[in-house]
Design a protein around this ligand. Structure first.
Ligand code: NAP
Length: 247
């Protein structure tokens, strides 16, 4: 599953699942850029860890929902590491609330980062990938995008939207040697899930046949596979990594 000679971008690579993905891709041999909208210092720490493995890395501050920032992000990576051949659309936020109380600003914020961000990054990444007639795009969706979740209409809509984006772009880009897949994590302890109340955590655990939460590394392993040549014949799929929660 070697990624030697490839350049990857992991959006939201400063912590949690994105950090694990960035380290995994570097372990497989890729040079890896990570971006975050606020936590540049943490992104820099991830980049430093990648560099100790002998790979090149770059930590950049960019809001994936901002078109100009995304264009600048890809330009800087191309200048310093080379064109992005592996794009991992991982940046994501949640602003939970029951539908009847869900504020428009929370709807917009979540859709803008989670879905518009992936659209913008995909659009900029695809052109050089098409020229190279090769590329890998992995969108980090969620089991919530498959089955919905009370209190997460905005987040679930964004994650279901990512699956639609995945399947449509997989069809559009297939003839150019680019595969596009989604990974749908289940319940993974990160800063995003920190705020879930204990009783809700127990209720979630009760729905997982494997009886435990997943780890960021277990999501990264699936992404590392989909990014590799071994997954050349897989495109347009939503791969669920959730301990059996959804089946
Ligand atoms: P996390 O710990 O909160 O990390 C989110 C990352 O995204 C951070 O690096 C954050 O950095 C970055 N980010 C947020 N807004 C951004 C923006 N506008 N532009 C660029 N980067 C931005 O969350 P996580 O749990 O690792 O989640 C990673 C992905 O997995 C998300 O898409 C999430 O929806 C998905 N997921 C998570 C779980 C789970 O159980 N944890 C389950 C299913 C799916 P800054 O804050 O500095 O911008």
């Amino acid at each position: 599953m070697s990624l030697e000679g490839k350049v990857a971008l992991v959006t939201g690579g400063s912590r949690g699942i994105g950090e694990a993905i960035a380290l995994r891709l570097a372990e497989q041999g890729a040079d890896v850029a990570v971006c975050a909208s606020r936590s540049l210092e943490r992104a820099q720490e991830v980049a430093t860890r990648i560099e100790t493995t002998g790979r090149k890395s770059l930590a950049l501050q960019a809001d994936v929902a901002d078109e100009e920032a995304v264009t600048g992000l890809f330009k800087q990576i191309e200048d310093e590491l080379g064109p992005v051949g592996i794009l991992i659309n991982n940046a994501g936020i949640n602003r939970d609330g029951l539908m009847m109380r869900l504020k428009l600003e929370d709807w917009d914020a979540v859709l803008n980062v989670n879905l518009r961000g992936a659209y913008l990054c995909t659009k900029v990444a695809a052109r050089p990938m098409m020229k190279a007639r090769s590329g890998r795009i992995v969108n980090i969706s969620s089991v919530v995008g498959l089955r919905g979740n009370a209190g997460q209409a905005n987040y679930a809509a964004s994650k279901a939207g990512l699956i639609g984006l995945t399947k449509s772009t997989a069809r559009e880009f297939a003839s150019r040697g680019i595969t596009v897949n989604a990974v749908c994590p289940g319940y993974i302890p990160t800063e995003m899930t920190e705020g879930i109340p204990e009783d809700a955590k127990e209720a979630l655990l009760a729905q997982i046949p494997l009886g435990r939460m997943g780890s960021p590394d277990e999501i990264a392993a699936a992404v590392g596979f989909l990014a590799s040549d071994d997954a050349a014949y897989i495109t347009g799929q939503a791969v669920v990594v959730d301990g059996g929660m959804v089946m």
